[in-house]
Write a protein that binds this ligand. Structure first.
Ligand code: PMP
Length: 450
């Protein structure tokens, strides 16, 4: 049992300790008055200690802040650095392109792009790829194409999903069971319940009810939810989604941006899924911005035959720097040399050690928590059994407890993903790094429960 007054006191102690040991970070923060929210991007204020970690350097699975503290980094840029920070093969390829006058912003195709397309097709099973700068844009452009093709107005997503700042995705199943705008949704261009439909993850009956309206162009989903804790599919759920989408004439988009952790071809390959479109971003660039969407052959053919769609100018799909030479050089190096099948084997076995160790500590403390693994990614939740939908998962959050664990770990050199208790393994993450986490995590729990 966790005593809440004890939790409050420990969290205050950890926050004060962080501020006291990070004077240069505090100075950097004080000097940032011309930044909105004092940070380069407002999400960076999601800091358990109240003060962001100001990174000075990052290599492999390690990060050093401006105050000289070292961290084992299990956040890895919320997956953008799943290949490890500054992977040598990517740094070499990118440096070579920069130094050799390869051109950074030509808006012309490069040979690297075709290689990346071939590799993504081999891994994810869909054969026609196009590039963006972010996973958000991959999702945006994919759903525009699918609306155009079907003539249907709506997109269906899972409640408490995250697919980037995609207007159509900011919808939840509300407390009364009806669709509602996601709490906090900033400046929606229109009522999201008129552009979208929503079903709870793992709820095939709910999905069928919504698809039966016949107005859903596409279901956009992560094969497993990863942004409200990890929520894994119940047996038969993903096959049911595929069957229902086919029956109701809706396309299926697998957003593999995070579920890529399941293996070299993401959950799509690991679980034998058959989406019409795969979207991805972040990790495939090894730290350099890139996103991508891949289309099935029939879908690409149908789109290619639509002369009325402006795909080569201002029709709403495309961007000046999308597919730029630097992004594609980085993606090619990442896929060919860093996030290989062999690397995934190692990352997954380190993640299994992470999950097993956390389970042991939690069981030893008699806490009713659960641990979920998705290949190279692990998450602990304050509920057992693990929630099976986004709504249930949202209800199981405990922000103060989360902040306490994050702050305690940070003060002892371990960085978790700030948005939840998520730990990602890179090819450079070692069993010793995992042991470091476990030692500190066990101490955090002991102080809380003693
Ligand atoms: N899809 C998923 C599943 C994500 O987790 C995210 C980011 N967390 C995105 C898309 C958007 O990525 P980005 O912010 O790089 O556009």
């Amino acid at each position: 049992m966790i005593a809440r007054d004890r939790l409050d006191a420990l969290l205050a102690r950890e926050r004060a300790a962080f501020v006291a040991t990070h004077p240069r970070s505090a100075e950097a923060n004080a000097a940032a008055g011309n930044l909105f929210g004092r940070v380069p991007m407002t999400w960076m204020n999601k800091a358990a200690t109240g003060l962001p970690v100001y990174a000075a350097r990052a290599r492999g699975a390690r990060l050093t802040d401006v105050d000289g503290h070292d961290y084992v980094d299990f956040c890895l840029g919320d997956t953008a650095a799943m290949a490890g920070h500054s992977p040598p093969a990517v740094v070499a390829a990118v440096t070579d392109r920069l130094a050799s006058g390869g051109g950074l912003a030509t808006m012309l195709p490069t040979e690297d792009a075709a290689r990346v397309g071939t590799e993504l097709a081999r891994r994810f099973g869909v054969p026609r790829w196009s590039f963006t700068l972010t996973a958000t844009d991959a999702n945006r452009w994919a759903i525009r194409l699918l609306r155009a093709l079907t003539g249907r107005p709506r997109i269906l997503v899972n409640s408490y999903c995250y697919h980037g700042s995609v207007d159509e995705s900011l919808i939840v199943v509300g407390p009364d069971g009806n669709a509602a705008s996601r709490p906090g949704n900033v400046g929606a261009p229109s009522d999201v319940t008129t552009t979208s439909r929503v079903a709870e993850y793992n709820d095939l009956a709910g999905l069928e009810r919504e698809l039966a309206h016949g107005d859903v162009a596409a279901v956009l989903m992560e094969p497993a939810l990863t942004n409200i804790g990890i929520v894994l599919p119940s047996p038969g759920y993903l096959a049911g989604v595929r069957e229902l989408t086919r029956r109701h004439g809706s396309y299926l988009v697998n957003d593999e941006t995070h579920t890529f952790s399941a293996g070299p071809g993401g959950a799509t390959a690991a679980w034998g899924l058959e989406p019409d479109v795969v979207t991805i971003g972040k990790a495939i660039g090894g730290g350099i911005p890139v996103g991508a969407y891949g289309l099935s052959e029939p879908l690409a053919d149908l789109l290619g035959a639509r002369a009325d769609l402006d795909l080569v100018d201002m029709g709403g799909v495309g961007g000046t720097l999308a597919g730029n030479p630097l992004s594609l050089t980085a993606a090619r190096a990442t896929l060919e040399h860093v996030l290989t099948a062999t690397a995934f084997e190692g990352m997954t076995s380190v993640a299994t050690a992470f999950a097993d160790g956390v389970r042991d500590i939690v069981a030893g403390a008699g806490l009713p928590w659960s641990v979920t693994q998705l290949g190279a990614r692990v998450e602990y939740r304050f509920r057992s059994p693990a929630p099976t939908s986004g709504g249930a998962s949202a209800a199981a959050t405990d922000p103060l407890l989360e902040d306490y664990l994050h702050a305690y770990l940070l003060n002892r050199g371990v960085l978790l993903t700030p948005f939840h208790n998520m730990a990602l393994m890179s090819p450079d993450t070692t069993l010793a790094d995992v042991a470091t986490h476990h030692e500190v995590f066990a101490a955090a729990i002991a102080e809380l429960t003693s």
